[in-house]
Design a protein around this ligand. Structure first.
Ligand code: DC
Length: 210
């Protein structure tokens, strides 16, 4: 039997990656974190002088350099989650040429099935024919609290208010972006995990797949 393709989309800090990783581990699928790919392109731009000291992105230079960016070399770099990358990744993921390259790679990774991929446009653009599309939502205050705890555990000095403001701003940018904005695909099932444990989410997905 062909292994399923599962698409998980949703807002930032909604627990998509944790959920996707757990599904992949339980069902023997490959997990692809598409956000990490947008982060990798952003990190490459930072490392290669395509961002000015004032923080302005050289979009033209980045688009010209796209074919030579070795994404695999940046996978797993801890700086993918840095404040610098966080601050610039929305701008990078707005560029149609960047999306075109990454979507092509994502489709290639999923061509044989057996993939669970999380992101913003997986059910709408990358895998419109996915076997299961999940649109994950959670109360912004709940997401902010989770993110705040993660950041504090990593030793980052922030206030809960800063984190919530940042989350609401990213929600706005993700939804208002012109190219591939975050949208629930018409055939996606919405799951609100505000009050759910990971194990409860796993039960839910196993029932769905049955
Ligand atoms: O999921 P994340 O926070 O790691 O995503 C990082 C950024 O990349 C976020 O600003 C949205 C963008 N992104 C996107 O535009 N399309 C995707 N499929 C995944 C992420």
């Amino acid at each position: 039997m062909k292994k399923p393709t599962i698409a998980i989309d949703g807002f930032s800090s909604g627990g998509k990656s944790t959920f996707a990783r757990a599904i992949a581990a339980r069902m023997g699928l490959e997990w692809v974190d598409s956000g990490a790919m947008y982060r990798a392109v952003t990190l490459w731009a930072l490392d290669n002088g395509l961002v000015s000291t004032e923080g302005k992105l050289d979009a033209e230079g980045l688009v010209a350099a796209l074919p030579k960016i070795d994404l695999a070399a940046l996978a797993g770099d801890p700086r993918l989650r840095s404040v610098e990358v966080n601050g610039l990744v929305s701008e990078v993921s707005r560029l149609p040429e960047v999306r075109e390259r990454l979507v092509a790679e994502q489709r290639a990774m999923g061509a044989a099935g057996g993939v669970v991929m999380d992101g913003r446009d997986i059910g709408t653009v990358v895998f419109p024919d996915a076997d299961l599309k999940i649109f994950l939502v959670a109360d912004p205050a709940v997401r902010a609290r989770r993110r705040y705890e993660e950041l504090r555990a990593a030793g980052v000095e922030v206030t809960p208010e800063e984190v919530e403001r940042n989350i609401r701003e990213r929600d706005r940018l993700d939804q208002e972006r012109e190219v591939s904005p975050l949208r629930r695909a018409p055939d996606a099932v919405e799951l609100d995990n505000s009050e759910m444990t990971l194990e409860e989410q796993m039960k839910w997905v196993e029932e769905r797949l049955r």
